[in-house]
Write a protein that binds this ligand. Structure first.
Ligand code: ADP
Ligand code: ADP
Length: 230
């Protein structure tokens, strides 16, 4: 069974207000198996963020179909959205929320019942237990990243998507993020991450798809794709 099934996915940005249209995805077909750690690789501007923002429901596709955990995004938008959690690339957080408050708001947005909220467990998991009551504007970039990971987990999604989780982070935080990801995957979560670090893909991913200029150019096991590069 697949966690994600994408068929003929196209995204064209712009084309209004006199802007030239930009075709960011040019008809992508992609299946991502349940239980895998799947890497989406490609240079800047390839369309990686567009693809995962469509999965997350943050960007509206132009054409094609997307199934998430068996739910068609157009037919069952609520169930598709509930199946996936996304750690975005931008460190945007409301500066006046604390980590605990931000997790509470997120849980509310996803309709997680009070009895099933696990703020303390999540804060511990991402190493923010000592910062639970600190305002987001006082958090370092690394701490914000941890909080964004925590927010992606509040509704216990089947699939976790991380957009460039370790771009520009120090070794310590990278190791922590990798450990978190491995542990979540061992517990059965399907993981999808974008990266432009080959090393990260090699270290973390079972399978990899390479995207370039809006087109999928390769898709194979990590061993087959990267094994021959060294
Ligand atoms: P849509 O086609 O969904 O209406 P737009 O093309 O109008 O989207 O752009 C949405 C937002 O993204 C705008 O605020 C725009 O300034 C911004 N934007 C435009 N070009 C880019 C780009 N190349 N990369 C990232 N953001 C962009
Ligand atoms: P990647 O994540 O691989 O760097 P993106 O999905 O961010 O790639 O971008 C793919 C292409 O779409 C790029 O050419 C980018 O400039 C363009 N793009 C991304 N977002 C927007 C937007 N909101 N409006 C217009 N163009 C965009």
């Amino acid at each position: 069974d697949n966690a994600i099934e994408i068929r003929g996915l196209r995204k064209v940005y712009g084309g209004q207000h006199g802007q030239p249209p930009k075709e960011a995805l040019k008809g992508v077909d992609l299946d991502i198996p349940r239980g895998s750690v799947f890497g989406l690789l490609g240079p800047n501007g390839a369309g990686k963020s567009t693809l995962i923002n469509i999965l997350a429901g943050l960007v509206v596709k132009t054409e094609g179909s997307v199934r998430i955990w068996g739910f068609d995004q157009d037919v069952n938008p609520r169930q598709s959205r509930a199946s996936i959690g996304v750690m975005p690339q931008e460190l945007n957080l409301d500066p006046f929320f604390t980590p605990r408050g931000a997790l509470e708001v997120q849980a509310g947005l996803y309709g997680v019942p009070k009895s099933q909220r696990r703020a303390d467990e999540i804060l511990r998991l991402v190493g923010l237990q000592d910062k639970a009551e600190a305002y987001a504007r006082t958090l370092s970039g690394g701490m914000r990243r941890r909080l964004l990971l925590g927010k992606a987990l509040v509704h216990q999604p089947h699939i976790l998507v991380l957009d460039e989780p370790t771009a520009g982070v120090d070794i310590e935080l990278r190791q922590m993020l990798w450990e978190n990801v491995r542990m979540l995957n061992r517990q059965g979560m399907t993981i999808i991450l974008t990266t432009h670090y080959l090393e990260e893909a090699e270290e973390m991913c079972d399978e990899i798809a390479i995207i370039n200029q809006g087109t999928l150019v390769a898709r194979d096991t990590t061993a087959n794709l990267l094994g021959s590069i060294d």
